[in-house]
Write a protein that binds this ligand. Sequence first.
Ligand SMILES: [Zn+2]
Length: 251
Amino acid sequence: MEFFSSDFKNIIYLQEIESIIKTEEDKIKQIEEKINLINLKNEETKQKFQLLKKDFQYLNSEKNTLENDLKDIETKIKKIQTELNQTKKVEHYNNLNTEINKLKIKKDEIENAIIAKLDEIEKKKLEIENFSKELEKENKNYENEFKKLTLEKEKIGQYIAQLITQQENIRKSISDKRILTKFDLLIKNKERIAVSKAKIIKRDDNQQYIYICSACHMKLNSGDISSLKKINTFVVCQNCSRLLYLEGERL
Ligand SMILES: [Zn+2]
């Protein structure tokens, strides 16, 4: 099937712009993916930092608990010591003495635990300081990258807007509304490729040159080829239904 159209060139031009828009939109999608990725990475780093700070707080509260335990034990020891100084009964004296010794052992244990905890706190503090420097660096990188990508996206968006305006102007100048309707329908249903070039290729098996549809790679028959050679004429691809045209070299 062939279509002569007075707007042959305009329809091809519309397709060329549509293909550029598609490519540019794909670029925007890629940029958006990159932005999502760096956002995610930055969020992860921040969370890691928050976790470190939480660890630090937890260690400190553990240390405070130990210090309170130590105070309690010291108070108990003092109290028993006073009692011990006042008692006159030997058995009571011995019991109190044993208790004091037990408490003193516990006191030593707590003191050692506090020292170990202080050591852990110091290490965590250092870890936080180092991470904080890293975080600062990473935040700067993130901000630069985010700005760069956002600007890139904006520029492409502006370019697409220009292309859409160009398409609108071409559409206004098209008088062959029948071909325009067909074009729009194909754009909608054929992955935004309504118009496809007829391409000349050399067959691998018999080295013969043939015409194919560059969108679906279907070989064209001789009838279609002679239609293609007519001026301002599209041929409907018998396989994918797109509008085929011939440009440049001919056999
Ligand atoms: Zn085709």
